[in-house]
Write a protein that binds this ligand. Structure first.
Ligand SMILES: [Zn+2]
Length: 266
């Protein structure tokens, strides 16, 4: 049976002017390529459901799913950037090509404020006012990218851990509750829906989460699967708590490289 392919884009890669360093240029060209190739676009949730035995693999075999990480508002809507003027959103390309995607958002409002200051020149791009409209559009699902990314910009350690700037310290129940459970609850309080999917910050997969915590607690949390950035395509028997994704600008940098990845699906 054919594999599937999950692609990952970042809404903060907006400052460059070429395919290789601007994910908005890349997504537009990639969607045109995927449509010319006649590939189906499915939701990341559908792929997770197939791996969980909730639907037949046939329904996603050979297909593509799109994901956006870190939850900048330009996943969904235009933004007036102080230095760069109007930034057009990924949503424009989704609508133009009749496609859908999943946005993995950071739950904590305080963490998002800290990241705006640390990484986005203070631009207010990590708000959560767009989550519900995006979900209601039917083109963008909202999913969990942790409470605070265990990002190096956060003050102090997350409970139960030592060290920031990596997700590997999230290797025990207290830390997992902090980064995953409370993020599920916060996102649901905004959208009215428990996020069905999780994406590991930095693509770091602590064995404790993938082998123990998520298999034991996934159902209680409403989670069906978790996504890595391993760079390969998704086999029909892949581990649903380690679903690989390919990252734009990292695992492919030209339309030709993506075309080869589509070809490799068979
Ligand atoms: Zn991230």
């Amino acid at each position: 049976m054919k594999n599937a392919l999950v692609l990952c884009y970042h809404g903060y890669r907006f400052a460059g002017s070429t395919y290789a360093d601007n994910d908005f240029i890349a997504l537009e060209q990639d969607l045109a390529l995927i449509r010319r190739a006649g590939r189906r676009i499915v939701s990341a949730q559908a792929i997770a459901e197939a791996l969980a035995g909730l639907r037949a693999w046939d329904q996603v075999a050979g297909s593509i799913a799109l994901t956006f990480d870190d939850g900048t508002c330009v996943d969904y809507r235009a933004f007036q950037h102080t230095g760069l003027g109007t930034l057009r959103p990924f949503m424009d390309s989704l609508a133009r090509h009749d496609a859908r995607a999943t946005s993995f958002v950071i739950a904590s409002a305080d963490a998002r404020k800290t990241l705006e200051r640390a990484a986005l020149d203070g631009e207010a791009m990590l708000t959560h006012d767009w989550w519900s409209p995006a979900l209601a559009s039917g083109r963008i699902d909202i999913a969990n990218h942790s409470w605070d990314h265990n990002h190096a910009a956060m003050a102090g350690d997350a409970p139960g851990t030592h060290g920031r700037g990596s997700f590997f310290p999230i290797d025990n129940e207290e830390a997992a509750n902090w980064e995953i459970d409370q993020a599920q609850a916060m996102i649901a309080s905004v959208t009215g829906r428990l996020p069905p999917l999780f994406a590991y910050p930095y693509g770091h997969v602590p064995g404790y989460l993938a082998d123990s915590y998520l298999p034991r607690n996934g159902q209680r949390l409403g989670l069906i699967g978790a996504f890595t950035t391993a760079g390969c395509n998704v086999a029909p028997r892949a581990d649903r708590w380690r679903i690989p994704r390919a990252v734009c600008g990292d695992h492919w940098r030209t339309p030709g490289e993506l075309a080869a990845m589509l070809e490799a699906l068979g």
